[in-house]
Design a binder for this molecule. Structure first.
Ligand SMILES: [Mn+2]
Length: 330
């Protein structure tokens, strides 16, 4: 069901000062939605501040060149964040994800609190909710709200909202992508969004060391159980010899699922502290969460993780039989 924005348009038109927040470790949908909404509100002459429980990661810092999104305590205190007319939370409706911004929300002086979100799981934040779980990204909802408000989005906001939508849809390839998603993306391009520039800034910034590390680790990919299980292992030596850093292991395990026929995969990474970090992935019809739970970890059906004791060979010996079971039809 499309959202009826008129109650929120009323709230916005009748107030002046706004605080916007999103979830811990804000991603591009969180920050992009905040920046898009801030621009829309400011085009109507409103006063807007953005406060989050933590900073966004360095790879999306380009979205926010003026550093509008502040970490609570860094340029904005809890008292300052409480002092507003309306507090709007975007891209989450879970207390646990708001961390200390949740305490601000609970004690805010705001006359109205609002949630704009597309996630299924939710707490009652005691706010007026504008939720649509079929939206591919909160950025889509913000775009529609801006239209309902008759607000103007500048080029920077268009880029921020485009990133919000493009990243939450895996660059428009996840099943959540609809014709509406593409129409909104098209309109954002008309407003100045530059997809090729954004793609490069988001995905083509790897170090040479990272690519060499990728090659080295992927060249050792083991595919077994009649092609249904793939796995990788990484030693401290791999980091030392390539100059790669721990963050460079991101995305490696997903490469295993690009092999035709592979149902599930994992990567075992030797840590400096005598533990082995294991990340599990699977295709839609296979569940790896239970395997992670066996080792005190957890996660989702298609993406989970656990930490096992070193050495690497022992961790592999423990994980492999369970993963073989997971990919073996009963
Ligand atoms: Mn989102």
């Amino acid at each position: 069901m499309p959202i009826d924005w008129s109650p929120l348009v009323e709230i916005i038109k009748s107030h002046e000062r706004f605080v916007l927040s999103s979830h811990v470790r804000p991603d591009a949908d969180a920050i992009g939605s905040e920046l898009g909404l801030a621009c829309a509100l400011e085009s109507l002459g409103k006063n807007v501040r953005i406060v989050n429980p933590s900073d966004g990661s360095a790879n999306i810092a380009f979205l926010d060149p003026d550093k509008r999104a502040r970490k609570l305590g860094d340029g904005i205190t809890a008292d300052e964040a409480r002092d507003t007319d309306v507090h709007i939370v975007v891209d989450t409706s879970a207390w646990v994800q708001l961390q200390d911004v949740g305490s601000v929300l609970k004690t805010t002086k705001a006359k109205q609190t609002v949630v704009i979100d597309h996630h299924v799981s939710s707490d009652d934040l005691g706010a007026t909710e504008f939720k649509e779980t079929t939206a591919a990204a909160t950025g889509e909802l913000i775009y529609e709200l801006a239209q309902a408000l008759g607000a103007t989005l500048d080029e920077q906001a268009a880029n921020a909202l485009y990133c919000a939508i493009a990243t939450d849809t895996g660059w428009f390839r996840f099943p959540s992508t609809t014709s509406r998603t593409m129409r909104i993306a098209g309109e954002l391009i008309d407003l100045g969004a530059k997809p090729h520039v954004l793609y490069q800034l988001l995905y083509e910034q790897h170090s040479a060391a990272r690519m060499q590390f990728f090659g080295r680790v992927l060249s050792r990919m083991t595919i077994e159980t009649e092609g249904r299980l793939a796995y990788l292992s990484v030693t401290q030596q791999d980091f030392k010899e390539t100059g790669a850093v721990p963050a460079d292991t991101e995305e490696l395990v997903n490469q295993c699922l690009r092999v035709a026929g592979v149902k599930a995969a994992f990567i075992a990474i030797e840590q400096p502290n005598q533990t082995i970090k294991v990340s599990f992935r699977s295709r839609l019809d296979t569940n790896v969460a239970a395997v992670a739970e066996q080792f005190g970890g957890g996660g989702h059906k298609q993406a989970a993780g656990a930490v096992l004791p070193a050495p690497l060979a022992d961790a592999l010996a423990k994980v492999l039989p369970l993963m073989r079971q997971v990919v073996t039809p009963e």
